[in-house]
Write a protein of this length. Structure first.
Length: 429
């Protein structure tokens, strides 16, 4: 006999008549015929750039899965596309540099005031389009080594296992996500941990998460690099600047007409840059998953993939708690804030209560959507399949109970601060 389900509901499938048994908190669907497996299927994107990006991601996704499964020693490599992307990015930055030099020349020449005006415009454009280095976030808790020695020790161990150097700082926020980036002129490394995701993971899955993120440094992922990543931003700014003026007057109609050709050219360059980096970017995700499995074990990496399937459910749950706090009035909100740590216990219990049939529905829905949701990552079901099809790995970094407790203590102040912000409606959208 199957175990009872919390909030159990049953009904016959409208399509095939099979008796459906599920949890009323989640979408009711039929495992026999996939009725209602994806009721919230997103609408296709209408933007030309977005359609092109998704088409490329879809084309590369299945091919790269086959490649990763057939080449167990697959490594990041700088192929012709990567070289071409770098050259194109350098050309974009060269145009920005030419604008800056021309602007300074005009300012020096003067030309009876005309040069001053032209120079200021050119310098302003160059400043707007110039590559930007990342900055340390100032709106969320930041942990340095002295603040969290045990957490940094774990990160250091994982970094060594994936073959890269560790991070210089860690930030904590309310996103259901994690990421790595750089900040400052010296390219210091920053790990961004979303506390809601961290809290619902097991210690083994947390190591897999750290392994995946740090592996992006080891893989040399060029999409977020200083050269290519900033070139994409520059082209995106140009594309935005050249948007047609809304409700144009007579003169503005002429301006809109003059914008057409440059905007098409910039759009073409953006599509080309995405095309050149798409395959390498998707491969980097597969390689990061593989390194995560080798660091934390294959079951831990697969468990992480499953947790990523329920991020939308976790987000809804957090927003529900924030709405309850807000509807209770100022006094109730303060009381809920004082008990902010209870938010994490609630979220962890909720994640543990999600039944397997909801995970399976999410996997099937993901298979139907393919790359429609995210063009920068392979679909989760493909990432999961790649991990399960390969040689299973045992962990090279294992969690220690005493270390996990010390890390929880080090994160205590940050997790309370993040919980208070979430209960006040401060979500990182």
């Amino acid at each position: 006999m199957k175990p009872a389900i919390a909030g159990e509901t049953t009904q016959p499938c409208p399509d095939c008549g099979t008796q459906i048994r599920g949890d009323s908190r989640f979408t009711l669907w039929c495992a026999a015929c996939d009725w209602n497996v994806d009721p919230g299927r997103p609408q296709p994107d209408t933007g030309r750039l977005e359609r092109a990006a998704r088409a490329l991601a879809r084309r590369h996704g299945e091919q790269l899965l086959t490649e990763m499964l057939s080449r167990l020693d697959a490594r990041p490599r700088r192929d012709a596309s990567a070289v071409a992307a770098t050259m194109l990015a350098l050309s974009v930055h060269g145009i920005t540099l030419a604008l800056a030099i021309s602007g300074i020349w005009c300012l020096v020449a003067g030309w009876g005031g005309i040069g001053m005006v032209a120079g200021l415009v050119l310098v302003a454009l160059a400043w707007l389009l110039a590559p930007r280095v990342g900055r340390m976030p100032d709106d969320r808790p930041v942990l340095l080594r002295a603040d969290a020695p045990e957490l940094f020790a774990l990160v250091d161990e994982v970094a060594g296992a994936v073959g890269t150097r560790s991070v210089d700082a860690i930030t904590v926020d309310g996103s259901i996500n994690a990421a790595v980036t750089t900040y400052g002129l010296r390219g210091r490394r920053l790990l961004m941990l979303g506390m809601p995701l961290w809290e619902v993971l097991t210690p083994e899955e947390r190591i897999a998460l750290l392994g995946h993120e740090l592996a992006h440094y080891a893989n040399g992922d060029m999409r977020n690099g200083l050269v290519v990543g900033t070139a994409v931003r520059t082209l995106s700014v140009w594309h935005h600047i050249l948007q047609p003026l809304p409700h144009p007057t007579g003169l503005e109609i002429i301006v809109n007409a003059l914008y057409v050709l440059p905007r098409l050219l910039i759009a073409g360059l953006l599509v080309l840059l995405v095309r050149l980096t798409s395959r390498a970017g998707v491969r980097a995700e597969y390689l990061a998953d593989r390194l995560a499995a080798r660091t934390a074990s294959t079951p831990a990496a697969v468990g992480l993939m499953d947790r990523l399937l329920i991020t939308d459910s976790l987000d809804v749950r957090l927003r529900t708690e924030a709405n309850r706090a807000a509807l209770g009035g100022p006094g109730s909100t303060r009381k809920a804030t004082d008990r902010a740590d209870e938010l994490w216990g609630m979220l962890t219990a909720y994640a543990a209560s999600i039944p397997e049939h909801e995970y399976e529905r999410q996997r099937r829905a993901g298979a139907r959507r393919g790359h429609q949701v995210d063009t920068t990552h392979p679909p989760t079901h493909l990432r999961r399949a790649c991990l399960l099809a390969g040689q299973p790995h045992t962990a090279t970094v294992t969690p220690q109970a005493h270390q996990s407790e010390l890390i929880a203590t080090e994160l205590a102040a940050a997790r309370t601060q993040v919980a208070r912000r979430l209960l006040r409606g401060g979500f990182d959208d």
